[in-house]
Design a protein around this ligand. Structure first.
Ligand code: ADP
Ligand code: MG
Ligand code: ZN
Length: 598
């Protein structure tokens, strides 16, 4: 029976493959963009919602290929791009699917794939050979060094002896020293934990076997545990080596949690048994990454298991500069790009976010037909990441624009006075992503503690938009535009009350369930609600008073927004000053502070 299906599948898939047109030559987007600009492309198909371009060349490439394709982030292609390419003499077709295949062919392909999938799955389950293909060591040629890791100084230092041990396990053995067997990398997502594990392996010149916690999650009892055994066996074969388990929380989570399956427990037990079974001299170092250390089973952290914890925190300003320099190495930067300034402006960004920012900027630069990344490309990438793409299709009526301008000007003026610690970066009324406008404030310094007055200021700023609507239009005319502002204000107020002991109603009582034996009384919860409400009312009153006091400034900024859509910091500051708004030194600064000098 099984065999029959297989034969059918083989015959069918041969027909399918034979009927397909030859696949296009894949090239980087930059090359295809150059060909498009040069008018070398006869017809261009935009597929996959703008995620893939397939072009037919007027003159074939040296290797004979005349059909070429490139992939780019989905929806990166805009109407403007299409028009520009059209103008360069290319016939542009937009399709939702590959036009060379009819629907019935797709159906056939789908059925075939499902059949192959089912058969493959059955085989895969039964064959231990297939199992062994998991957990392959990374080839040494693809390995990294600490040169690729920016910042994370403590983590790099902490990992020094692991590297030393793996380089020369004999030396450690000779003096009877035991190497750390398990290292747990703990930190927020995107801070370079995976990167560090690969860099340690690279520095030590040993293979690294990468697994993810979810690789072990299976419905069938025993499968996960079997995989752990496979992993451990491979590690012994390859030693000295590193076993790196990413997203460790999904494997090493607390046992006995209500929603944890028996299978997960068996798997974790197997892992602990394997770790205990290794003497520590085999030369296998286990590394695991997690961003939820508190979720881990305490047994995981016992001596002889993951007993070494290395913190990988969010990068500081100096770290961010290093990370930006590392990622800027491959991209030609224009001379107006000041990475030092960018590092200061990106408070709270992880390494992965910084890498993404530069990558987006590179894409913007390519779309702009530029060979270098300029400050304005980085600025555009930042807006795109923070707020989403500009939605040119949104039609906003004149009345609505006026309202949005007043709302955003309200945020700006209240923020300038109530949050003097943050710098106003710019204010816009361009519809982007899900927002219709925005007043950008950005902290200029890494902050670890938030004083009460700062948190109150943030709440007042968030309510500034609604306050301006109220003052300028009256109670009857306030809009739904403040919805997300209210979410932000409420969540900060709630944390001030319930976590930071900053209200008289609740006092120093924490609402953390662990401090209450797991459950809060209804009375306590209603006291929290009262306190949150009072805090919001007080800050709303303050915001309203500020808008009344500086009504002239709000009006002037709103007018500037209506005229220009985007108003940069220096211009806002000038308008604010003109109308008597007191500015903090940070905001009174000169134009040089901006990323882009407009
Ligand atoms: P994590 O595992 O902590 O979630 P990753 O190591 O997967 O983070 O980081 C993702 C990407 O972000 C990396 O491949 C790298 O390009 C970039 N990155 C993150 N942190 C750093 C750093 N400290 N230095 C250089 N690049 C970094
Ligand atoms: Mg990772
Ligand atoms: Zn708002």
């Amino acid at each position: 029976m099984l065999l029959l299906v297989l034969v059918a599948v083989t015959v069918g898939s041969w027909r399918f493959v034979a009927g397909r047109p030859s696949s296009p030559h894949v090239m980087p987007y930059t090359e295809l963009a150059a060909l498009l600009t040069a008018g070398e492309v006869g017809t261009l198909q935009v597929e996959d919602g703008g995620g893939r371009l397939v072009g037919s060349l007027k003159t074939p490439l040296p290797d004979g290929a005349s059909r070429v394709s490139a992939t780019l982030p989905s929806r990166a292609v805009s109407l403007q791009d299409l028009e520009r390419w059209g103008a360069a003499g290319t016939v542009v077709e937009v399709s939702s699917s590959d036009p060379n295949r009819s629907a019935s062919q797709w159906l056939q392909a789908f059925l075939l794939l499902s059949a192959v999938g089912v058969v493959g799955f059955v085989f895969y389950r039964q064959s231990s050979v297939a199992m062994g293909h998991r957990f392959q060591a990374t080839a040494p040629s693809r390995q990294l060094t600490m040169q690729s890791v920016g910042g994370a100084r403590e983590a790099q230092a902490d990992l020094g002896d692991v590297i030393a041990f793996l380089r020369d396990p004999q030396r450690f053995r000779a003096v009877g020293a035991r190497c750390p067997k398990g290292v747990l990398l703990v930190g927020p997502p995107g801070t370079g934990k995976t990167l560090l594990a690969r860099a340690v392996a690279g520095e030590a010149g040993v293979p690294v076997i990468v697994a993810a916690g979810s690789d072990f999650n299976e419905m069938y009892v025993g499968v996960g545990a079997g995989r752990v055994r496979t992993l451990a066996r491979r590690a012994r074969e390859q030693a000295p080596c590193i076993v790196f388990i990413d997203e460790f929380d999904s494997l090493g989570g607390r046992r006995g949690r209500p929603n944890r399956s028996g299978e997960e427990e068996v798997t974790l037990n197997q892992l602990l048994v394997e770790m205990d079974g290794m003497g520590g001299n085999e030369g296998v170092v286990w590394m695991a990454a997690t961003n939820r250390e508190d979720m881990l089973d305490p047994a995981v952290r016992r001596p002889g298991r993951f007993d070494r914890v290395v913190e990988v925190p969010l990068p500081t300003a100096a770290d961010r500069l290093e990370i930006l320099r590392i990622h800027a190495e491959q991209s030609p930067l224009g001379d107006d790009v000041d990475l030092e300034r960018l590092a200061q402006l990106t408070v709270g960004h992880s390494g992965a976010e910084l890498a993404n920012l530069l990558n987006e900027a590179a894409i913007v630069a390519v779309q702009d037909d530029e060979t270098h990344i300029h400050a304005r490309h980085i600025e555009a990438a930042r807006d795109k990441i923070l707020l989403g793409r500009i939605r040119s299709g949104v039609v906003v009526s004149d009345d609505e624009r006026r309202l949005i301008a007043i709302h955003e000007a309200g945020h700006a003026v209240v923020g300038l006075v109530a949050c003097p610690e943050d710098r106003l970066h710019k204010v816009t009324i361009e519809p982007r992503g899900r927002s219709l406008g925005a007043a950008h404030f950005a902290p200029e310094a890494d902050r670890h503690l938030y004083p009460r007055h700062y948190l109150e200021g943030i709440i007042a700023k968030a309510l500034g938009g609604r306050a301006a609507e109220l003052v300028f239009l009256g109670e009857e005319h306030v809009t739904s535009g403040a919805g997300s502002d209210l979410v932000q204000a409420t969540s900060i107020a709630r944390r001030m009350v319930a976590e930071f002991g900053m209200s008289s109603e609740v006092g120093l009582m924490s609402a953390d369930p662990s401090a209450h034996g797991g459950h809060l009384s209804a009375q306590f919860q209603s006291r929290i609600d009262t306190a949150v409400h009072k805090l919001l009312e007080a800050q709303m009153k303050r915001a309203e008073e500020l808008v009344r006091q500086y009504q002239g400034a709000v009006q002037a900024i709103a007018d500037a927004l209506l005229a220009h859509d985007v108003v940069v910091a220096a211009d806002i500051h000038a308008l604010a000053e003109e109308h008597g708004v007191p500015l903090s030194p940070l905001n009174a600064g000169t134009r040089e502070r901006d990323l882009v000098v407009a």
